[in-house]
Design a protein around this ligand. Sequence first.
Ligand SMILES: NC(=O)c1ccc[n+]([C@@H]2O[C@H](COP(=O)([O-])OP(=O)(O)OC[C@H]3O[C@@H](n4cnc5c(N)ncnc54)[C@H](O)[C@@H]3O)[C@@H](O)[C@H]2O)c1
Length: 431
Amino acid sequence: MAPAFAVFMEYRVKDLALAEEGKRRIDWAEAHMPVLVALRKKYSETKPLKGIRVAGCLHVTKETGVLVRTLKAAGAELSWCGCNPLSTQDDVAASLVKHDGVSVFASRGVSTKEYYDDIHSSMKLNPHITIDDGADLTVEMHKALEQGRNGGLAGPLYGGTEETTTGVVRLRALQKSGRLLYPVIAVNDAETKHDFDNIYGTGQSALDGIIRATNVLLSGKNIVVAGYGHVGKGVAKRASGLGANVIVTEVDPIAALKAKLDGFAVATMNKAAEVGDVFITTTGCKDVIVADDIAKMKDGAILANAGHFNVEISIPDLEKQSTGTKEINQHTMQYSLKNGSRVYLIGEGRLVNLAAAEGHPSEVMDMSFANQFLSVLKLAQSKGTMKPIVYNIDKQQDQEIALAKLQSMGVDIDVLTPEQKAYLDGFAEGT
Ligand SMILES: NC(=O)c1ccc[n+]([C@@H]2O[C@H](COP(=O)([O-])OP(=O)(O)OC[C@H]3O[C@@H](n4cnc5c(N)ncnc54)[C@H](O)[C@@H]3O)[C@@H](O)[C@H]2O)c1
């Protein structure tokens, strides 16, 4: 049966002929996302998102395809764009247009101009709700609202959600400056998001990206992980599990101490630069690897970034130091340095797990996107009554998602007895 297409149906994708392959891959992801699929079943009859326009700006991957299908099944009208120039899976984008009737504006390898054109096209839906990953859509929405450009933004705007650490940091800064114009739910700050997606998801998929791009043996290599937050911990642990010697760099003394006591070497980037074979930045900060570090690197060093933006490895510094480049494969660029060494940059310094691999495994995105879906539902139900601040996820939502995930894995846990609960809540009992 042909899908009932939305009223707003424009799109810009690479090749609609890829739609069948994209559909097969979304189906595969769906088979590994039981929590999100259960939510779809629960809400597909009552359609609580009927009449709600949702603009999404989130990596167009097969897992995002499952989220899009779920939002649509709950009644939403959708437009979608990518949140990174190199992360769109063109077959998935084609499938969402052809089989789900969604207005998708995304393709892999867009220029900066095309990237923002896609965001602006997606804004034309005049959304009640935005879904974002990195805050580029939310910031563009704010520019339009502030400048009265409107861009078709007639409102009412109920709010938005934000998927990643860097986006939440940007939105909290917007709030602090007094310029946040609509409520945003920090999906990243759900425990069932950052304690799983950032750690286990990026931990596995960032190494997957490096392996797919280079196929180097990680065992025995010196792997420098910049940042020991959620993503850094996941990457460091998995690299260590593959037999690498991990060196962590940090700016936060507590995080550095944790890395040290977890058994990793800790050093400054400038020192680590001398011995590293592979460098992975995971900080959400900029200029983590700069000219002076690059100049000290061994011939053959491999550079990759897993943080949200391509500013962690200074590409301008890399370019300034190099006498020429050579493409090794579609993901890997060789830079010949003035000092005679060669270093290799993967995925243009963009999120390596999405640029050179497929992004996080579906199983972790199941929880991240269950949080997204329930947050969209909450915003829809609020009908614009929430204050323009950054909201945390309700603890109850977190717990329900964790429980549903455990159940889907056939895992039972104990339940507190009333006596245990009273004991934990009280002060009377001691020795
Ligand atoms: N690749 C992906 O799919 C993916 C997934 C989740 C998050 N992210 C992104 O990864 C980045 C990190 O996220 P997180 O959740 O781990 O954040 P986090 O806040 O938990 O950790 C960041 C760590 O980096 C450290 N740091 C900051 N500046 C540094 C510097 N100059 N040198 C060394 N260390 C520094 C901080 O002290 C902190 O410990 C963010 O940009 C986030 O958006 C990417």
